[in-house]
Design a protein around this ligand. Structure first.
Ligand SMILES: [Zn+2]
Length: 238
């Protein structure tokens, strides 16, 4: 299954000390001012917490990641449900497989797992192999994870809140790294789509076919339908 893996680029990290690099791109208030983000709105986030991560910690992490950022778009991320969750595997593939197996059901608009550090991860780090601190599925950009505990040198630079913010941007339709203009336009477009329809569901974005996924039923069909398997098997570039 394809997925949008998210490691920040070194240049962005260095620049982050000087300006507001989101990992999706550099903020540009002129570009943002040209867009109409409409009335205030919210995205309902269901958080799956790995063993050892408390509900309070989960809520604080999401607030750290998004409360300031959300003001730019009049779009809050509301944690509507916190579910204890047991992950399988310590690699990205295993984590993504378990999280994308969850159908999207009300009241969740998006699902994010918060992953704790386990013994296997620490061994992995000692071997100095690359690690992936967060990811979101490409098919619908609705399901993802963030490694929520600092343990490696990587996370000195990328705090769990930084990683969660990056994954939230993907979940709001930002499907290209370092293209903040497109990201703003996507957020405004999805918000407008929801508000025009008078819907309660915050629409998703299929980053493979570049189209809106308007309902939870459509998200689930995309994830579990027969077409999903065939499309996922197509080779693509990232
Ligand atoms: Zn990314």
């Amino acid at each position: 299954m394809p997925r949008r893996s998210c490691t920040f680029v070194a240049a962005c990290l260095l620049a982050a000390a000087l300006s507001g690099c989101t990992g999706i791109g550099f903020h540009d208030s002129d570009t943002r001012a040209k867009l109409d983000f409409g009335a205030p709105d919210s995205v309902a986030l269901c958080v799956y917490i790995d063993k050892g991560i408390s509900e309070r910690e989960a809520r604080e992490l999401i607030a750290d990641a998004w409360s300031q950022e959300g003001r730019l778009y009049g779009l809050s991320i509301d944690v509507v449900k916190v579910v204890p969750w047991k992950r399988r595997g310590f690699m990205m593939d295993g984590i993504m497989e378990t999280i994308t197996r969850q159908p999207l059901t009300a009241p969740c608009d998006r699902v994010m797992a918060l992953v704790n550090r386990h013994l296997g991860d620490i061994a992995w780090n000692l071997l100095q192999l690359p690690e992936i601190l967060g990811a979101v599925n490409d098919d619908t950009l609705t399901h993802g994870y963030t490694v929520a505990r600092r343990a490696s040198l990587n996370q000195v630079f990328e705090s769990p809140a930084d990683v969660a913010r990056h994954e939230i941007y993907h979940m709001l339709g930002c499907d290209e790294h370092f293209n903040i203009g497109r990201c703003y336009a996507q957020i405004a477009m999805l918000k407008r789509f929801k508000q025009t329809r008078g819907d309660t569901f915050f629409p998703a974005w299929d980053s493979i076919n570049k189209r809106i996924v308007a309902t939870r039923a459509e998200v689930n069909a995309r994830l579990f339908g027969a077409d999903a398997q065939a499309l996922s098997a197509l080779p693509r570039e990232h």
